[in-house]
Design a protein around this ligand. Structure first.
Ligand code: ZN
Length: 184
């Protein structure tokens, strides 16, 4: 088990388009270990998602998992997803607004509008094809993580910066009125 360093806002790797993972790369033991380290890092830092560029690997890979806990009691349970080369194949015009945070933008929260439902095609950790239809919270997490693979951050998606808040101010002024703030 290894906890990986997380790239923070300002690091150019967060703004690069990540490279697709090849079959050969995916099956290499060191890449499989890296995937385990991504999961360990997400869990250790209480994130609900993590993308390759956030841990200094400019590769199209993401991990997602969440379970309700006292700190994020409104968070739905999401069982572990590891996806390589994810691609959104359809997205609803219906949107949902929710608070987002990011392990690469420590201590910040802001309201972002996302498609309520999406379909995602990709590959599992052994490069077998997989498709996930996601709605609600899972849809939001997927869109946030896939943005990372394209060099985009949640602040780029904000239409109105008046909600952009430090965590203490979020807790003080906003948390009672909204649900769903997460570290993605
Ligand atoms: Zn993020």
């Amino acid at each position: 088990m290894a906890i990986l360093n997380v790239a923070k806002l300002g690091n150019p790797i967060l703004r690069k388009r990540a490279q697709r993972v090849t079959l050969e790369e995916a099956l290499a033991p060191e890449f499989q270990n890296f995937l385990e380290d991504m999961v360990d890092t997400m869990r250790e830092l209480d994130g609900v998602g993590l993308a390759g560029p956030q841990v200094f690997q400019s590769k199209r890979v993401l991990v997602i998992e969440s379970e309700a806990n006292p700190r994020y009691s409104d968070t739905p349970n999401l069982s572990l997803i590891v996806m390589l080369n994810p691609k959104i194949t359809s997205a609803s015009s219906e949107t949902i607004d929710g608070w987002e945070g990011c392990l690469s933008l420590e201590n910040l929260r802001g309201v972002v509008s996302r498609s309520a439902k999406i379909s995602v095609n990709g590959f599992n950790r052994f490069m077998e094809p997989m498709t996930i239809d996601a709605e609600g919270f899972l849809s939001v997490v997927f869109q946030h993580e896939i943005d990372h693979l394209n060099g985009a951050l949640f602040i780029d998606r904000m239409k109105d910066f008046s909600t952009l808040s430090h965590l203490a101010e979020y807790d003080q002024y906003w948390a009672k009125r909204h649900v769903g703030a997460e570290s993605l």
